[in-house]
Ligand binder design. Structure first.
Ligand code: IVH
Length: 697
C-alpha cells in the first residue's frame, strides 16, 4: 500500500471513529454495531503499525495509553485556576448577591448561570489549532501536573475539536479556535465507582473511599494504561486563555463548548435575580439523589463576562462566582456494634459498625464516633438507630441518636482500659480527649504507621496497602517501618495473593521510595504535629535529617534563639513534639536504619546538600568504629549524596577502616582504593578543609 493512500484512509478512519465515539459516549445514541466499530478501530491500528510516522497525538488509537512516565512534568497555567468561596446557606448566597450589587453600584437584578458543582477534580485541557496538546491538573492553581497521556484515555475528552456550525450554514463550519484552554471536572460515575470497588475488593486491592478519590487516583497515575482502565468522565464548564472564540457570557460559553464537542451538563440554568437562583438550587438539591454522578452543591456564576471582568477577584477567588453547597447527606441506620480502633499514634477511636446504608451514593458500613467524650455526649448505644452523615471526603460520622426508637435492649458502651490490639496499658493525658495505647511495639499502631509511611503523601510505596501491611506485621517481617527496606524477594513472594511479578513490582516500588525528598520522609515518620506542610517547612529550613536532628536534640545555647522555633509555623507545642520524638533513642535508631538502607533524606531543591566529596562516591566501612555506629556512618554518607556498600571493589572510592579492620582493608590496598581512618572520615563529614581532597582516590 502506498503511503499517500494510507494517509487518506487513516484520516477518514479517525474522523469516523471519533464521530461514533461522540455518538456512543456523549449522546448515548450509537449508530453502528460494536463489531463494526471494532473493525474500524482495528483497521486504524493496522495502518498505523504499517506507517508509524502517521501516528498523531490526536489519533483515537492514542487513547489506550502510552508508556508510563517517571514522574509528572509540571505545567504552569497561563491563567491561574482560581478556587471558589463557599456559601452554606440561602442567606450567605443572598449576601453574595448584595456584595455584587454594592460593588457594581447598580440596582438592577443580575443574571446568573447556576450549574451543578461536580465532585471530582478540576483539569485544564489545552487545544492548539483544534488538537489536544496538554492536559494538566489544577495543582495549586498556578502549577499543575502534566496528565496529557492520561486525559487522552478519557473517551469523552475530544482529542480534536469539532468545527462548530457556521452562522446559518451547516456546510461552512466556523474554524476552531487557534488556542483554547478548556477547564472542567474529571469525575467517576457512581455506578462505575461501585463496580470498580467491588472488583478491587474481590482482588484484595484497597478500596477507594468515594468517587472523587477514585477519579483523582485514576487521573494521577504514572502509567496511562492504568488510567485507561478507570471509568473516568469529564464535564467542561470554563476556559483559560482563548484565542479565536467570541463569546461574551457563561451561558454562551457552555453552548460553544458543546459545539466544539465537549460534554457539557444540561442541568445548568440561566436565571435573573438571586431568588430565582435559590429556586434552582432547591431543584438541583431534589435531583441530586437521582443523578448518576456526585455533586456537592451548585456553582453560581454572573453570566455576563463584561460584569465578571468588572468584578474581578479577591484572594484567589472570583467575586463573580460562589459555590453554593448542599448540606452533608444524612441517613438513618442501626448501630450493630461499637469497635475500638487503634491508630498510628496509639489513639483509640470508637467506631460504630452499621447496618449498611447508602449515603450520598456510597454504601456506608462504619462511622467514626471520634472519642469517648463524643460517645458520652451523643449517648450512643449498641442497637441504637442513629443518623449518619457523610460530608465530601470526610469519614462518615454518627450525628445523633434517635432516642425515641429505643426498645430498651440497647447496650451502653465503655472504652476499654487495655489496648484492644496488644493488651498494653492505655492512658488519657490531662487535657486530651483521647486515650492512647502507650506500647511502642503495639502491632495495631505499627500497622497503621506502616500504611501511613507507605502512603501516597509520604514515601509513596505503590502496592503496599492495608492488606499487605496486615500480613507484614502479622508475620513479624516488619517490626518497624525501616524493616520495609530489608524485605527479600522470598519474604514478599510468601504473602497471600502474591505472584512473582507483583512481588517484583513491590520491591521496585520500595527501592524507588528511597529517592523521596526529606519533606516526605519527615511526613512519613509520623511525628505528632508534623503533617505534610510542616514537614516541607522543616525540610526547606534544615535541608538534611542530620541538621534537623541536631537542632532537635541540642539544647539551644544561652540567649540563642531556638533553631526549631525559627521555622515558620513551628510553635512551642510543635517544637516540643519534634524534640520528644528525636529525644527517643529508638526513633534516632530508626532514622539511622533508614539512612543506612539508602533512603535519601535530603531536601529536594537544595544543591548545597549533596557534598561534592560524597556525591556519587561509594564508601565501605570495615572494622569497628569508636565514635559512632556503622549504621550512623552509612547514614551520614547517604545524607550527603554518597552510597555505602558492603564489599570492596574497583568501584569503591573510599574504605573507612576502624579498629581491627580485616580482609576488606587488605583488598582496598590491593586495589589501590583510598583508605581513611575514622578520624579522617569524621573530618570529611564535618566539612573540614583538612579532610582528603575529592580526588584522593
Ligand atoms: S467554575 C473560578 N464550575 O469547584 C471558578 N467549578 O472551588 C472556576 N467545580 O476547583 C471554577 N463544578 O473543581 C466551576 N460547574 C463548575 C464546577 C466547578 C465543580 C469545582 C472545580 C473547582 C472548584 C472551585
Amino acid at each position: 500500500m502506498e503511503r499517500t493512500d494510507a494517509l487518506h484512509e487513516v484520516g477518514r478512519l479517525r474522523a469516523e471513529i471519533e464521530h461514533h465515539n461522540r455518538l456512543y459516549y456523549l449522546k448515548d445514541a450509537p449508530e453502528i454495531a460494536d463489531a463494526d466499530y471494532d473493525r474500524l478501530f482495528r483497521r486504524l491500528l493496522e495502518l498505523e503499525a504499517l506507517f508509524p510516522d502517521l501516528v498523531t497525538p490526536d489519533s483515537p488509537s492514542q487513547r489506550v495509553g502510552t508508556a508510563p512516565a517517571g514522574e509528572f512534568a509540571q505545567v504552569r497555567h497561563r491563567v491561574p485556576m482560581l478556587s471558589l468561596q463557599n456559601a452554606m446557606s440561602e442567606d450567605e448566597v443572598r449576601a453574595f448577591d448584595e456584595r455584587i450589587h454594592r460593588f457594581l453600584g447598580r440596582p438592577d437584578e443580575v443574571t446568573y448561570v447556576i450549574e451543578p458543582k461536580f465532585d471530582g477534580l478540576s483539569a485544564e485541557l489545552v487545544y492548539e489549532d483544534g488538537v489536544l496538546t496538554v492536559a494538566a491538573t489544577r495543582g495549586d492553581g498556578t502549577t499543575g501536573e502534566d496528565v496529557t497521556a492520561n486525559a487522552r484515555t478519557i473517551r469523552t475528552i475530544p482529542l480534536r475539536l469539532q468545527a462548530p456550525p457556521g452562522p446559518g450554514d451547516l456546510f461552512a463550519p466556523s474554524p476552531v479556535p487557534r488556542l483554547i484552554e478548556v477547564r472542567g471536572e474529571v469525575y467517576m460515575p457512581i455506578a462505575r465507582f461501585e463496580e470498580m470497588n467491588r472488583e478491587r475488593d474481590a482482588r484484595g486491592d484497597a478500596l477507594f473511599a468515594n468517587p472523587r478519590n477514585a477519579a483523582a487516583g485514576g487521573l494521577r497515575q504514572l502509567d496511562p494504561k492504568i488510567t485507561a482502565t478507570r471509568p473516568l468522565d469529564f464535564y467542561a464548564y470554563a476556559t483559560g486563555v482563548v484565542d479565536g472564540l467570541a463569546v461574551d457570557s457563561q451561558w454562551a460559553l457552555l453552548q460553544a463548548l458543546r459545539d466544539l464537542g465537549f460534554p457539557v451538563t444540561d442541568l445548568a440554568r440561566r436565571v435573573t435575580g438571586i431568588e430565582a437562583v435559590i429556586r434552582e438550587y432547591r431543584r438541583l438539591g431534589e435531583l441530586r439523589d437521582t443523578l448518576p454522578f456526585e455533586i456537592d452543591g451548585t456553582v453560581v456564576k454572573v453570566d455576563d463576562f463584561a460584569l465578571q471582568r468588572e468584578l474581578g477577584e479577591v484572594s484567589r477567588s472570583p467575586r463573580w462566582a460562589i459555590a453554593f453547597k448542599f448540606p452533608p447527606r444524612r441517613e438513618v441506620t442501626r448501630v450493630l456494634d461499637i469497635l475500638v480502633q487503634v491508630g498510628r499514634t496509639g489513639a483509640l477511636t470508637p467506631v460504630a459498625v452499621l447496618e449498611p446504608v447508602r449515603v450520598a451514593g456510597v454504601v456506608v458500613r462504619r462511622a467514626t464516633l471520634h472519642n469517648e467524650d463524643e460517645v458520652a455526649r451523643k449517648g450512643v448505644r449498641v442497637g441504637d438507630y442513629v443518623e449518619v452523615q457523610r460530608a465530601g471526603d470526610v469519614i462518615p460520622e454518627v450525628v445523633t441518636v434517635l432516642a425515641d426508637r429505643r426498645s430498651g435492649d440497647e447496650r451502653p458502651f465503655a472504652m476499654p482500659d487495655a489496648c484492644p490490639s496488644c493488651g498494653g496499658p492505655v492512658v488519657r493525658e490531662e487535657g486530651e480527649s483521647v486515650r492512647r495505647c502507650v506500647n511502642a511495639s503495639c502491632p495495631a499502631q505499627l500497622r497503621e504507621h506502616l500504611v501511613h509511611f507507605a502512603g501516597k503523601r509520604a514515601m509513596d510505596i505503590e502496592h503496599l496497602g492495608d492488606k499487605l501491611a496486615d500480613q507484614l506485621v502479622d508475620r513479624g517481617l516488619v517490626k518497624d517501618v525501616a524493616d520495609v527496606y530489608q524485605l527479600r524477594f522470598e519474604d514478599v513472594l510468601a504473602m497471600e495473593r502474591m505472584a512473582e511479578k507483583s512481588a517484583r513490582n513491590l520491591l521496585e516500588a520500595i527501592e524507588a521510595s528511597k529517592e523521596r525528598p526529606l519533606a516526605r520522609v519527615l511526613a512519613a515518620l509520623g511525628i505528632r504535629q508534623v503533617g505534610e506542610a510542616l514537614a516541607r517547612s522543616l525540610a526547606a529550613r534544615f535541608h538534611t535529617m542530620d541538621a534537623l536532628a541536631a537542632a532537635a536534640t541540642g539544647a539551644p545555647a544561652e540567649g540563642a534563639t531556638d533553631p526549631l522555633a525559627a521555622v515558620e509555623d513551628v510553635g512551642p507545642v510543635v517544637a516540643r513534639s519534634i524534640r520528644d520524638w528525636f529525644g527517643q533513642e529508638s526513633n534516632r535508631a530508626l532514622v539511622d536504619r533508614l539512612a543506612g538502607a539508602g533512603v535519601r533524606m535530603t531536601h529536594a531543591s537544595s544543591g548545597a546538600v549533596t557534598d561534592p566529596r560524597f556525591a556519587g562516591k561509594t564508601f565501605v566501612f570495615t572494622g569497628s568504629l569508636t565514635t559512632m555506629t556503622r549504621e550512623r556512618a552509612q547514614a551520614l554518607v547517604a545524607d550527603r549524596g554518597g552510597k555505602a556498600a558492603g564489599s570492596v571493589s574497583r568501584k569503591t572510592d573510599y574504605v573507612v577502616a576502624g579498629a581491627d579492620a580485616g580482609s576488606k582493608l587488605d583488598k582496598a590496598r590491593d586495589l589501590g582504593v583510598a583508605v581513611l581512618t575514622e578520624e579522617e572520615f569524621g573530618a570529611m563529614v564535618a566539612g573540614d578543609d583538612e579532610g582528603p581532597a575529592p580526588d584522593a582516590s
